[in-house]
Ligand binder design. Sequence first.
Ligand SMILES: [Zn+2]
Length: 356
Amino acid sequence: MVFVRSITSVALLAALGIAVPAVAGSAVVAAQPSGPVSPVGSDSRVVAANRPDPQVLAISIDALMPRAVRRLGRDRAPNLWRLIDEGASTLEARTQVELTVTLPNHTSMVTGRRIKATKGGHGVTWNDDAPGRPPTVQAAAGHDVASLFSTAHAAGRSTALFATKSKFSLFQRSWPDDLDRVTIKEEKDAVVVRKVVRDLLKRDRGVTFVHLGAADKAGHTKGFMSRGYLRAVRRLDGLLGTILEATDTDSRLDDLTIILTADHGGVPGTRDHGDAGARDDYRVPFAVWGPGISPADLYDLNPGYRDPGKSRPGLKGKQPVRNGDVANLALGLLGLDPVPGSRFGVKRSLLVTAAD
Ligand SMILES: [Zn+2]
């Protein structure tokens, strides 16, 4: 039996004022990745095994650029930096290879699949909800496509989706019986976050997925990295703060892990993020924060992953951390197996806890 509670994570919990409960019941043997690379981290399912009631909140901040996080710094984006500093994180995660637009990348986040349908992807290549589009992800792929929602739901966990763009109704149509709650409020980020906090406190959700769109909107109207865009990121940092405050003050959220990433970035000085080959488009942050998560660089914890530097690795060979890792990381944090048919984080699950 493997049981992990690293000194760092206990120290982190103490620093956060979170009580570390006594070990209950039997621990689960972690499925360690096999192969030549010996992991320095432990599987997310170990984290789940240590929590009586694991819950995951995945937050996608549309068009959140690592460049903006750095520019604002800890003074002006304290909550984003809290996730980065206290969590397992990187500012060098990658989007999907094929496209750097919203709906295709979010579909990868919730399915763990690449985009291209003929290569086992989900097939969602469009980025609006215009009439004439395939009505579901399954219609786009040409076959059944499971998701984070359907996999968690099949395991008896409750699921919820909150979004600020109407095109996310695609997920509701694709997994109608697997989403226990769907709330879509066009361009109402603050309203959505208020509802998320209330929902987390009231319901015992296994998985909550949240999309916040204000930074993308500002990028399109005022330019990426413009003052208007940075102002929007600061506002979103404040909304993230209201979620973190709830986790700090309410014991009902003691077992909540937050995953934060983005669908794409944007090219500074332009109003566009559609060039999948542009570094500022394909580079996104990725942070995992919560009880039992080691404060560490994700690439230090995961020698099985490739720190891409400035590059844009393809889908062959060692993979960088990608936004498509959200689905299987979230399931791992719930102690569940990967999404059937998924790709990211299957052969090598993303490690978020330092090994003993
Ligand atoms: Zn956009």
